[in-house]
Structure formats: C-alpha cells, structure tokens
Design a protein around this ligand. Structure first.
Ligand code: NAD
Length: 415
C-alpha cells in the first residue's frame, strides 16, 4: 500500500469541508498552506568530539485565533509534510476546543534512542537557539510530542529563558510541575476522551455503568483510559491490546494484574487467567465502546463492516481511514473523531500556559473541572453541527473548527 502524503490528506480534508461550508475562495486558499515555516540546520557536538548537523522545522500554520501552539517531535523519519499536516490539525483542534490559539508543530530529524542524555540536551538547546526568535508565549508555544519528554521541555524552556534574559515558563508547556508544569497533564488526553465518551453515551441513551469497553493500544493514552473507565464510570473494560496481541475477560479485566504483567514482560499478552485474543478480534468485539488508542489506520474498509461497538472513541490520531469512516457512519457507529476525542492534552497544555502567565497554580480539581467544561462544550458543538448539516461527526468537527478560524480571519480583515 502506498502511503498517502499527510499534508495532501490534510488539504483534502479541508477541501471537503470548504465545499460543505461554501467557503470563500480566498479564505480557502489561505487555509490550504502554512502561514509561515522555518527550516533550520542544528549543529550539535557529539560525545566523541565530532559535530553532527541535524535538520529541524517549525511550522506556524495559522494564528488568526491566537499564538500558534503544537508539539515538537524528535523522529528519524520526520518530514516537513508531516509537520505541516500536524500543524494544520492543531489549528483545527485548538479552534474546536475554543482555545485562543492557532496551530503549529515542530520536528527534528533524529533518533533520540541513539543519543546520550548529554547529546539529547545539547540537541534540545541547539534547536531552541535556532528558533527562539520565532517562538514565545505570545507568538508560538511548543509542547512535548513523539519522543520529546518533560525533561526536554525543561531544557528548552531554560535555553529560551537564557536567550531572552528572564524566566519565561510560559514559552513552552508539558514541563515538570516544579518548573511551571500543570497538575493533571499526565492523563489529560485520556481524561478528556472520557468526558466526550460520557456525552456520547448520554446522546445515545447508554447507561455508562453497564457499558462494556475494549481498548486497542495499552500505552500512555490507552492504559490511562482503561483506569479512568473504571474510576469515572465503573464501566467494564473487557479487552485491551498492544502491538503483540490482546487479552479478554467477558466479566471485566483486573486492570492492575494486566498492568503488573505488562510492566514485567513489556506486553499484556499471556497475562494469566484471561483469554488471549488477536488485535483483529479486539476491534470486532461485541462491546458498547471501542477506544482506538494505538496507531493510524487501525480501522479500514476491510474490518469496518465488522465493528460492533456503538461508540468508537479515537484517542489515537488517524485510527480510521476515510473509506472506513463512511462504512461506520452507514452502520450507525457513533465516532468521536480524533481531534475532538484526544484534545484533552492540548487543553491542559493551554491551562499550563495560562497558569504560567498569571503566576498562579490551579488545584487538580480546578484543572479537571475546566477540562470537563471545554470537552463537553466541544463535543456538543460537533454533535449539533453533525445534526444540522446531516454529516458525520468528523466532518462536523471540521466544519465547526474551520468556521471559527475563518470568522477570526474575516473579523481581522484578512478576507
Ligand atoms: P504509546 O506509545 O504510549 O502507546 C501506544 C500503544 O499502542 C502501545 O501499547 C503499543 O504496543 C500499542 N500498539 C501499537 N500497534 C498496535 C496494534 N497494531 N494493535 C494494538 N496495539 C498496538 O503512545 P500514546 O502516547 O499512548 O499514543 C497513542 C496514540 O494516541 C497515538 O496515535 C498518539 O498520537 C495519540 N495521542 C496521544 C496523546 C498523549 O497524550 N499520549 C495525545 C494526543 C494523541
């Protein structure tokens, strides 16, 4: 299968939405390209005394609604088109959540697994040295993403602060709590997703206490989601999986046992006293809620007809192909699209910025409460649009988000 260029895919999604909205051609043209992008060469002194030059990018897609925001990825296969696509998706995600932010993304072509801690720190600082004039709390605020951690954010914030000559905690989010991080960031993505599942269940008339849940992907997002399903809804998580396979218990899994087993062996497969299932079987289980929390393209036109869940919650980015989307919609599966379902992370990142700027730290309860409000409002704006326009939830999410960005551009006199 030839992989689709991610930026072309993002442009195609926008084009479809432009048609639904009868978008002004000028506004459409502005939104088809990044507003601004920076390509940098980053020299780093390696431990053996040699100098290596890494390539990096920062893309600011659109800032009509506010300063751009988006993660920095350290990945060996990073490309400018992936960064552009992700920056576009961040623009829609921030707009959908009603955050006063635009969308951005950054990336460095490197393999952090092959770097020592010292090399990783020098690379993180050197990247900021190259882009610091381009970013800042009122311009563009990076965050962690693939293979970048809170420690990397701490180094980057420190480097930026040195450059501008004062502490600037609000220049980057996802920092450790003692240097300006926010409570609640750890499980924010999964928790935000839970709030949208709760609202979807209400809309469909499902009693969450009795629902069964299957989770594909038992990493950061999926594992947090499993525990939150129990904690928030007392729901029955009957199956979870990772890249090696899955486990199933029709009466509900003992999640602590699965976690302990995974911590010892790196996989949930062969956890004692449960049934073993394949990843394919997990996706087709007769459950109420299916949470996709692994990778892209999990649900395709081949397996979409067999999905029996009433709700598909996309905590992962891009788990459903466009062909599968149409099949799920026809079969009445209620999809909570990725840039709504997994927006809890950027929302708490935004809260972190607000706390940094106001020099006041919120309690964990305040973070949860505000996250709940944001996710609930966003879910209902998408549900309403899907009903008004007679379109699926993903198309509706686009319509809401793009419409907000276009309105901001119009009011600012750009179109
Ligand atoms: P992670 O690496 O911690 O976990 C991914 C999990 O998926 C691992 O357990 C892996 O074994 C499993 N997996 C891989 N291939 C699989 C397959 N074919 N079948 C079943 N499981 C498979 O990553 P994460 O941070 O949990 O992110 C998961 C998804 O959520 C990604 O798409 C990511 O972009 C998205 N997401 C995560 C966050 C976050 O805050 N962690 C925020 C927004 C979006």
């Amino acid at each position: 299968m030839t992989e689709q260029n991610p930026f072309e895919m993002a442009q195609k999604q926008l084009d479809d939405c432009a048609e639904t909205l009868h978008l002004d051609p000028g506004a459409h043209e502005i939104l088809r390209q990044p507003m601004r992008e920076l390509h940098v060469s980053i020299p780093v002194r390696m431990d053996d005394g040699t100098t290596r030059v890494f390539q990096g990018f920062r893309v600011q897609y659109n800032d009509a609604l506010g300063p751009t925001k988006g993660g920095i990825r350290f990945h060996p296969e990073e490309t400018i088109d992936t960064v552009r696509a992700l920056a576009a998706w961040m623009t829609w995600k921030c707009a959908l959540l009603g955050l006063p932010l635009g969308g951005g993304k950054g990336g460095v072509i490197c393999n952090p697994k092959e770097l020592s801690d010292g090399e990783l720190e020098r690379l993180s600082r050197a990247y900021i040295d190259q882009i610091w004039q381009f970013i800042g709390p009122d311009k563009d605020i990076p965050a962690p993403d693939v293979y970048t951690t809170s420690q990397v954010m701490a180094w980057m914030m420190d480097e930026y602060s040195k450059r501008v000559g004062k502490n600037q905690f609000g220049c980057i989010t996802g920092k450790p709590i003692c240097i300006g991080g926010s409570c609640g960031r750890e499980d924010a993505t999964a928790r935000g997703g839970m709030y949208t599942i709760r609202e979807a269940a209400k809309a469909l008339g499902l009693d969450l206490k009795n629902v069964t849940v299957a989770i594909q992907g038992y990493g950061n997002a999926g594992c947090n989601a499993a525990f939150l399903c129990k904690e928030l809804f007392d729901a029955k998580v009957v199956a979870v999986s990772d890249s090696k396979g899955g486990v199933y218990n029709k009466d509900g899994l003992a999640l602590e046992n699965v976690c302990d087993y995974k911590a010892k062996t790196t996989s949930v497969v062969n956890t004692p006293d449960v049934e073993q299932i394949t990843n394919e079987e997990l996706l087709e289980l007769d459950v109420d809620v299916l949470i996709a929390a692994a990778l892209e393209n999990a649900i395709t036109r081949d397996n979409a007809p067999n999905v029996k869940a009433k709700i598909l919650a996309e905590l992962a980015n891009g788990p459903t192909t466009p062909e599968a989307d149409a099949i799920l919609y026809d079969n009445g599966v209620h999809v909570i699209p990725d840039f709504l379902c997994n927006a809890g992370g950027v929302t708490v990142s935004y809260f972190e910025m607000v706390q940094n700027i106001s020099m006041y730290c919120w309690s964990i309860e305040e973070v949860y409460e505000r996250l709940n409000t944001k996710m609930t409002d966003a879910y209902h704006s998408v549900l309403d649009a899907s009903r008004i326009y007679g379109i699926n939830m993903r198309q509706a999410a686009y319509v809401v988000a793009v419409d907000r960005v276009v309105e901001a551009m119009r009011l600012r006199g750009w179109v």
